[in-house]
Design a protein around this ligand. Sequence first.
Ligand code: GH3
Ligand code: MG
Ligand code: MG
Ligand code: MG
Length: 298
Amino acid sequence: MNDPEGGRILIVDDDPIIIRILASALDHYDVLMFAKSGAEALNMIRQYEFDVILLDASLPDTDGFDVCRQLQARPIASEARVIFITGRTNADDETRALNSGAVDFIRKPVNVEVVQARVRTHLSLKLATDRLRRQSRVDGLTGVSNRLELETALRREWQTARRLQRPVSLVFFDIDFFKKLNDSQGHRMGDQHLQTVAKLLASAAKRGNDLVARYGGEEFVLLLPGAPMQWAASVAENLLAELAAMKLPHHESPYGFVTMSAGVASEVPTDENYERLVEQADQALYRAKNNRRNMVVK
Ligand code: GH3
Ligand code: MG
Ligand code: MG
Ligand code: MG
């Protein structure tokens, strides 16, 4: 089995000899850091994201079990895989380690090849899980977020906005006469247009928590937390104008080129019901479609 690409590893041990042995066994990984106490380890874990943590059970200030339990309480750091390394011979320790959230347990004196093999296995699993999690949030064709990710983000931003009493805006976009575009230019060309539109919308998601998602076939959503209605509407107007200016040919459309319609909704949350915002944006889009299309309705 090959060593996986990447890998950020933290070694926690108060014994400098052990640190030296493990460091040279694992020096081919991207990031290798060391901590000599529980406090030092927790401090590093607060600052950096590790994939695998090799954790000594006996530390000067606390024990590894306690460090491991504290790790589980942190949402990000808890994803690091913890492997205990200990000189203790007590059989209960192995159970305690596994029950406190560790994935593996190695006894001292360490066999370097065993450490390498176990780190390799756990790191591969961790990186594969990360990859799958990333993929599960992204739309395969366009690379923007998928609907599931939009719903997660919207729920989170709705709560934040409710606490801060600021608006959340949502814009629904739908490409006009897309079925006719597919029929006349072929599905592959249709796919390319979807990618073009996704890229255009992504360019408008400028701030940290802005998000673009593909909501369905040729329907996209732009989530703009903290943006008032007028701001979201003008972002939408600009995007429609930019798409129209590309003049992507569409002979079955009365416009002669590819256009899209948009519906905007904005609200300062007063309750839990974020779905209302989705319905309002969707209804505004529907009005744009029943009007002349290639327009923004709010
Ligand atoms: P309107 O202006 O009212 O929005 O009309 P429309 O034709 O765009 O809307 P309609 O909902 O009738 O058609 C959407 C089309 O989008 C139908 C479907 O074949 C196409 N579509 C959905 N997903 C994909 C995809 O992944 N790739 C391609 N090429 N086409 C898709
Ligand atoms: Mg120790
Ligand atoms: Mg459409
Ligand atoms: Mg549609």
